[in-house]
Design a protein around this ligand. Structure first.
Ligand SMILES: Nc1ncnc2c1ncn2[C@@H]1O[C@H](COP(=O)(O)OP(=O)(O)OP(=O)(O)O)[C@@H](O)[C@H]1O
Length: 363
C-alpha cells in the first residue's frame, strides 16, 4: 500500500476547468471517496492519478515517487471502472490472470494461484470457469474487483464501481467492497456521485464541486458540520432541509437581526430531517401541510409543504399523520445550521450566532 499526494492539480478541456488546483493527501491504507455531482471533475481526477490523462499543472506522488514521467502501466495502481470491462470471450479466471501474466510478466502457475486466492476471499471460486455473460451484474463486478486486487497494487482506483446495479445489490456490495479493501489493507480512491456509497465506503470523503475540493473530512464531520450549503444539501438521506427564504418569519428576521452586519444578510437556514418534529413544543414553530408519508423502517419520512417548498421530517414510525393534514413543525435553534457569505459557508448554529452576538454587544 502506498500513500498518494496530489498538489495543485489543474486540468482544462477547452473552456471547461475540470480540475482547479486540487491538493489531496490519501494515507497508506486509507479508503478515500471523491464525492460530487455529475461534471464536477471526479473521473478526471482519477484518470490523472492513473496516468490516463495528463494534468496541465500540478503533481501526483504515489508511494513517495513523482509519477510525472510514468505511463499508466508503470504506475503502482489498479483500476476498477464503471463498466466492468471484462473480456467477454475469457473465463473469470483468465480475466483475472491476464493482467498478471501479460502486464506483470508473472509465470502462469503463480498467476493462477493468485487468482484462486483472491477468488476465495471474494467468494467467487465457483465462477472462475464461467464466461462473463453467464454471470449476474454483481458477480461480474466481483470478478472485476478480483482482477484489480490480484495485482496487489499499492493503490486501487474505483470509478463508480456500483453504478448500473440495482439498489439492493448496491447496498450489499458497497459494504462488501469496503470490507475487502480494508482487509487487504489497500489504499483506495473511489469516485461516486452517490452519498450512500460514499458514507459506507469512506474513511474520509472529499466533496468536489466544479473541480475544487469543497470539504474534506470523515463521514461524521461532513454530516455534523457541513462546511457549506452545497455540502449540506449533498450529504444525508434525505438531505438537510435548506430554507433560502424563511422557516418561521419571526425567527428568520430575529436571526438576520443578530447576524454580523458584514453582508451575511442573505442566509440559508439548514435543518436535518431528524431535527424537525411535528410539534408546537419547540422554540421555533411553523405550520405546514402533509403531502406524503413515506415509511422508512423504524422511522417514517413525512414530506410537509411549507411556504412553497417541501420539508422532510423524520419521525417515529408510530406517529399517525396522513396526507392533507395540517401539522405543526418545530425545531430548536441549536439544531439550525446557518450558511451565508461568499460560497455560502457554514457560519455556525443559530444558537451559536445568537450567543456570539450577545457576547459582542456585552463588551
Ligand atoms: N475528454 C474530455 N473532453 C472534453 N471535456 C471533458 C472531457 N472529459 C471531461 N470533460 C469535462 O470536464 C468536466 C468534468 O468531467 P468529469 O468526467 O471529470 O466529471 P465527473 O464528476 O466524473 O462527472 P460524472 O459523474 O458525470 O462522470 C465536465 O464538464 C466534462 O464535460
Amino acid at each position: 500500500m502506498s500513500a498518494v499526494t496530489l498538489r495543485g492539480l489543474t486540468k482544462s478541456f477547452g473552456q471547461v476547468r475540470a480540475l482547479d488546483g486540487v491538493d489531496l493527501d490519501v494515507a497508506a491504507g486509507e479508503s478515500l471517496v471523491v464525492l460530487g455531482p455529475s461534471g464536477s471533475g471526479k473521473s478526471t481526477l482519477l484518470r490523472v492519478v492513473a496516468g490516463l490523462e495528463r494534468a496541465d499543472a500540478g503533481s501526483v506522488v504515489i508511494g513517495g515517487v513523482d509519477q510525472r514521467d510514468r505511463a499508466t502501466h508503470e504506475r503502482d495502481v489498479a483500476i476498477v471502472f464503471q463498466h466492468f470491462a471484462l473480456y467477454p470471450h475469457l473465463s473469470a479466471e483468465r480475466n483475472i490472470t491476464l493482467g498478471l501474466t501479460h502486464g506483470l510478466r508473472m509465470p502462469k502457475s503463480e498467476a493462477r494461484d493468485r487468482a484462486r486466492d483472491v477468488a476465495e476471499r471474494l467468494q467467487i471460486t465457483e465462477l472462475l470457469d464461467r464466461l462473463p455473460r453467464a454471470m449476474s451484474g454483481g458477480q461480474r463486478q466481483r470478478v472485476a474487483l478480483a482482477r484489480a486486487l490480484a495485482r496487489r497494487a499499492g493503490v486501487v482506483l474505483l470509478d463508480e464501481p456500483l453504478s448500473g446495479l440495482d439498489a439492493q445489490l448496491r447496498a450489499e456490495l458497497r459494504v462488501e467492497i469496503a470490507a475487502i479493501l480494508r482487509n487487504a489493507g489497500a489504499t483506495a480512491v473511489h469516485v461516486t456521485h452517490d452519498q450512500l456509497d460514499a458514507m459506507a465506503m469512506a474513511d474520509r470523503i472529499a466533496v468536489v464541486r466544479a473541480g475544487r475540493i469543497e470539504q474534506l473530512g470523515t463521514p461524521d464531520d461532513l454530516y455534523e458540520r457541513p462546511a457549506s450549503e452545497f455540502v449540506a444539501g449533498f450529504i444525508g438521506s434525505p438531505p438537510m432541509n435548506l430554507f433560502r427564504s424563511e422557516f418561521d418569519g419571526t425567527a428568520h428576521r430575529t436571526l438576520l437581526a443578530v447576524l454580523p452586519p458584514s453582508g451575511h444578510h442573505d442566509v440559508t437556514l439548514g435543518v436535518r430531517p431528524e431535527h424537525l418534529s411535528l410539534t408546537r413544543d419547540a422554540p421555533w414553530t411553523a405550520n405546514g401541510v402533509v403531502v406524503l408519508v413515506e415509511p422508512a423502517g423504524p422511522s417514517k419520512i413525512v414530506h410537509v409543504s411549507l411556504a412553497g417548498h417541501t420539508v422532510t421530517v423524520r419521525c417515529a414510525a408510530d406517529v399517525g399523520v396522513r396526507a392533507g393534514e395540517t401539522v405543526p413543525l418545530g425545531c430548536s435553534p441549536g439544531r439550525v445550521a446557518v450558511f451565508g457569505g461568499p460560497g455560502r459557508r457554514y457560519l455556525g448554529t443559530a444558537d451559536e450566532l445568537f450567543a456570539s452576538r450577545s457576547a459582542a454587544s456585552a463588551t
